[in-house]
Write a protein that binds this ligand. Structure first.
Ligand code: FAD
Length: 437
């Protein structure tokens, strides 16, 4: 270490559990840990995939991938998956534990002000911005009317805005025409313009926090209703007070309003991230953002702490246990190098195809998925990553979320479920296995 590096030791208050990552897996782990009364530090370099995610909480929609079997009841699908894919992370948990995890996290979201809806034991279908159907488990309140409108084929007006990138009612309508014949669409001027700016979605959403902007928007929608009972709009209906924005527009127009998920950046993803962060902070979780973990310290088979910092400063943080929820390539937990895929913090072995030319299949949309998407960390039944010798790398290091091997959350539509359920499993395993000082 160069002489001029400033080193700080974070030991002023004892931490039980360090969570690396503030994507959905790290967030869920922090939620479960703080609920158990643990003192938690959540450390992350970025917000992970959450700002890109649709806000929909998938559990399992498709399994097996190659058969494209669609499950209306995700629990039946998970039971089949556990039976046929014993190395999948869900198989380490079982249906009842996954249920507990989902119920716990949904209750946390509701208590934090972000209610989700769905069927007691079923998946629901909703229309996407490109006119396809998406099967998911839980839907943010702001999108829930869209599920009923599609199911009952209610007369519905899709509204998009001149100059808005990436959301076009016409495209959506064309894709859905045969399923939803009572759908109509209208492009309207938005009450404000944001010329030449990226991240437009957030600007639209911020503008709609203003009652004056909403009044003007409602005035331009009203003459176009033409008997519509519902109005669907891109998911930009407010950032912090979406329920209020929707209730206000519904009151002004006398119809139901729902949001339609957009392409990234996703305002519902940002809402989810912001709501969880505020709630975790209020419950005492130490949230340290823009901190890259660059090393760790050990004592035999215990990982006693992590080192964050840059070339000019370093800080060590110690705890009884660590949950690694550092994601895949986008999040930074995995990196593709010339000789293969590496795990970026602990140098843990990554399960992966034997050669780089086997990472992808020839056809991008091959139903079997690409082998590289199943690469990741192998873990024991307590979610502890395995070292090069096939034994647990550290007694008190656990992994959760998309970094885990033997799963393909994109193809099976199980992103949120995998993150939440494995986070629950990792926290429970920490509580039952790690020696506590
Ligand atoms: C475009 C898109 C759409 C999606 N849509 C859906 C959807 O419709 N439904 C659904 O259920 N799921 C969806 N998901 C998936 C969902 O967002 C999951 O949460 C995600 O796949 C798994 O998150 P994760 O927490 O495992 O990893 P990530 O979200 O990638 O988080 C990784 C975290 O680890 C941190 N990290 C990594 N390395 C370090 C380091 N060295 N030091 C400090 N911090 C570090 C990162 O900064 C980040 O905070 C979508 C994802 C994307 C990208």
């Amino acid at each position: 270490m160069p002489d001029e590096v400033a080193v700080t030791h974070r030991a002023s208050s004892k931490i039980d559990l360090i969570i690396i990552g503030s994507g959905l897996a790290g967030t869920a782990a922090a939620c479960f840990a703080v609920t158990q009364g643990l003192k938690v530090a959540q450390i992350s370099a970025s917000l992970g995939e959450l700002p890109f995610a649709s806000g929909l909480l998938d559990l399992l929609a498709i399994y097996p991938r190659q058969e494209q079997k669609l499950w209306d009841n995700p629990w039946d699908g998970i039971a089949a998956l556990i039976d046929r894919s014993p190395s999948h992370p869900y198989a380490k948990l079982g249906v009842d534990t996954i249920r507990e995890a989902m119920q716990g996290f949904l209750a946390f979201l509701e208590a934090s002000g972000l209610e989700h809806h769905g069927l007691p034991d079923g998946n629901v279908h909703l229309a996407t911005a490109v006119g396809t159907l998406k099967t998911t488990y839980r839907v943010p309140q702001s999108m829930w009317h869209g599920v009923g409108a599609l199911q009952q084929q209610l007369p519905t007006l899709l509204v998009d805005f001149y100059g808005m990138k990436d959301f076009h009612g016409r495209l959506m309508l064309e894709g859905l025409r045969h399923r939803w014949p009572t759908l109509n669409t209208k492009t309207l001027p938005f009450p404000m313009t944001f010329p030449g700016v990226d991240r437009q979605n957030l600007l639209f959403a911020e503008a709609l926090e203003s009652p004056e902007v909403r009044a003007e928007l409602a005035d331009s929608i009203r003459p176009n209703l033409d008997g519509a009972q519902m109005v669907g709009m891109p998911a930009v209906l407010g950032v912090h007070s979406t329920a209020e924005v929707i209730a206000d527009l519904e009151g002004r127009l006398g119809v139901g309003i729902f949001e339609i998920p957009t392409l990234p950046p996703s305002v519902p993803g940002l809402r989810l991230q912001e709501t969880c962060e505020n709630s975790l902070r209020s419950q005492g979780v130490q949230i340290l953002q823009d901190r890259r973990v660059i090393g760790f310290q050990t004592d035999g088979l215990q990982c006693t702490g992590i080192i964050t910092g840059t070339d000019s400063w370093r800080e060590t943080t110690e705890a009884d246990g660590i949950i690694l929820a550092s994601g895949r390539f986008l999040g930074g937990g995995l990196a593709a190098e010339r000789n293969g895929i590496i795990e970026t913090i602990f140098g843990l072995p990554v399960v992966q195809p034997s050669a780089r030319n086997l990472w992808h299949r020839d056809r991008f949309l091959d139903h079997r998925g690409h082998p590289v998407n199943q690469a990741g960390l192998a873990v024991d039944n307590d979610f502890r990553p395995l070292g090069p010798d096939g034994k647990v790398a550290f007694q008190n290091l656990f992994a959760a979320g998309s970094i885990l091997a033997h799963q393909d959350w994109i193809r099976t539509k199980s992103g949120a479920g995998l993150a939440i359920a494995t986070a629950y499993g990792a926290v429970e395993a920490f509580l039952s296995t790690a020696p506590r000082n």
